[in-house]
Design a protein around this ligand. Structure first.
Ligand SMILES: Nc1ncnc2c1ncn2[C@@H]1O[C@H](COP(=O)(O)OP(=O)(O)O)[C@@H](O)[C@H]1O
Ligand SMILES: [Mg+2]
Length: 433
């Protein structure tokens, strides 16, 4: 059988990869060094022109299944890695058949959880990772996706205004349904509980968890937070007809959580004295969409929320409330955001990096202003912030890859660890002593 590459994009250089060589023998002329999570299959990263891809060697049926599911997830805008193609019909030079490969786009600026925790991050990191994971499972469940193998290892994390945003990376066991039953959701949560507990014990054994974190509590916290969020997003609400403002209030609350309401089912009782509303929430990323509509910036949800707050403050300070919001947003973009982003070192100028830096600069201004006893200018703050950037930040791996020439970097051992305590990000790390 001939080598066959089915790909979503025209990336002709995919053909040039050494498909006749088993993946674990690909050397550093082809692969790039990036941290990976734990996995059963062999996964390698390659760089083709400007983009980095993840290649996973697996059985053909699995590769196809995962490819299709990832395409489905993309269609419904679920946070997951982007499928690029499936490579089949691989044969070694000696004629032996080789396993198929699934190719996905490397999720830029993302990190596996082990990488995050091995950098000696702050003690409040675990709850923020858990929150991001809960939001991810909830979004997937709302979209009718049964994951079947939710774990930290099958998730990637991106920084998002001091918090994290989680993405699904491994869809092998997933199923997409029109809607999930309560039983399916509970079953998925049971698997999640087991997987996370195992991973947390593993982290504890490796000394990465810290004494104050009990794996039981963390796992219980996941289930509690999921239940609360699910209730808030989906449960019906009853009130009297003279309290119609509560409809708007509920929508505002859902928007605040980052979700948009697709449909609102409003039912009044027979005498018209009370109303029941049942929101149908589908789309997460409310602030992302608002910001993108106003400025074209495509960033993470929490980053978007932060930038919108700053845009609102800009509008209020200059008394522009009556002006066209799109024009005000354009002024804010060109007079504030872009000039600040341009002050960043080259590795931090992508929209995601710039948005994260902007968030940290706002935090830094708060600190500087408090110390100075008056509001410090934003540009002055940014100069101070960039001048005191830690040398090794959580963005270092990403920046390093951006700076790499095509296909040129040593491959690390599968579980990469760095010295704890290096490069913890955040405002505190940027404050001059
Ligand atoms: N598109 C991608 N972007 C970034 N990292 C990826 C991507 N695909 C895989 N990885 C990394 O490889 C690891 C293993 O991938 P996964 O699909 O979970 O393999 P397995 O099916 O063997 O569990 C992930 O935890 C992640 O760190
Ligand atoms: Mg996996």
């Amino acid at each position: 059988m001939a080598l066959r590459i089915l790909a979503t994009t025209s990336q002709p250089s995919l053909v040039s990869l050494p498909w006749h060589v088993p993946l674990d023998e690909w050397d550093d002329r082809v692969t790039v060094s990036l941290p990976r999570g734990l996995s059963r299959h062999i996964v390698r990263f390659v760089r083709l022109s400007r983009d980095v891809y993840a290649v996973k060697e697996t059985r053909e049926a699995i590769a196809w299944r995962e490819y299709r599911l990832l395409r489905d997830l993309r269609r419904i805008h679920a946070p997951a890695v982007e499928p690029v193609g499936v490579v089949t019909g691989r044969k070694a030079r000696g004629g032996d058949e080789l396993e198929a490969c699934l190719v996905t786009k490397q999720l830029s600026a993302s990190m596996p959880y082990r990488e995050l925790l091995s950098r000696g991050v702050r003690p409040d990191t675990m709850p923020r990772l858990v929150d991001a994971l809960v939001v991810l499972i909830t979004k997937l469940h709302l979209a009718g996706f049964f994951w079947g193998d939710c774990s930290f290892s099958n998730t990637l994390f991106r920084r998002s205004a001091g918090d994290f945003a989680a993405y699904l990376v491994d869809a092998e066991t997933g199923e997409l349904h029109p809607e999930l039953s309560d039983g399916q959701r509970m079953y998925d949560l049971d698997t999640t509980r087991g997987n996370l507990f195992g991973e947390l014990l593993d982290l504890q054994a490796g000394g990465f968890l810290g004494d104050e974190l009990d794996p039981h509590d963390v796992v219980d916290g996941v289930l509690e937070r999921y239940a609360t969020l699910w209730r808030e997003l989906t449960s019906p609400e009853d009130f009297a007809t003279d309290e119609m403002w509560r409809i708007e209030q509920r929508i505002a609350r859902l928007n605040d959580l980052g979700f948009d309401v697709d449909e609102l089912d409003i039912v009044t009782d027979w005498d018209g004295a009370s109303v029941r509303i049942q929101p149908r929430v589908v789309d997460a990323g409310h602030h992302q969409r608002v910001l993108q509509g106003l400025t074209g910036l495509d960033v993470e949800e929490n980053q978007a929320r932060r930038l919108l707050n700053d845009l609102n403050a800009f509008t209020a300070t200059l008394g522009l409330q009556q002006e066209d919001p799109a024009q005000v947003a354009h002024r804010w973009l060109t007079e504030i955001f872009e000039p600040i982003a341009a002050m960043a070192p080259p590795g931090r100028r992508t929209p995601l990096e710039a948005a994260e830096a902007f968030h940290e600069i706002l935090e830094h201004r708060w600190y500087l202003s408090e110390r100075a006893g008056h509001e410090v200018d934003l540009f002055e703050t940014a100069r101070d912030y960039f001048a005191h950037q830690p040398t090794a930040s959580e963005t270092a791996t990403v920046a390093a890859v951006e700076a790499l020439p095509d296909s040129a970097a040593p491959e690390p051992s599968p579980t990469r660890t760095s010295a704890p305590g290096t490069g913890a990000p955040g405002t505190s790390a940027t404050v001059p002593s």
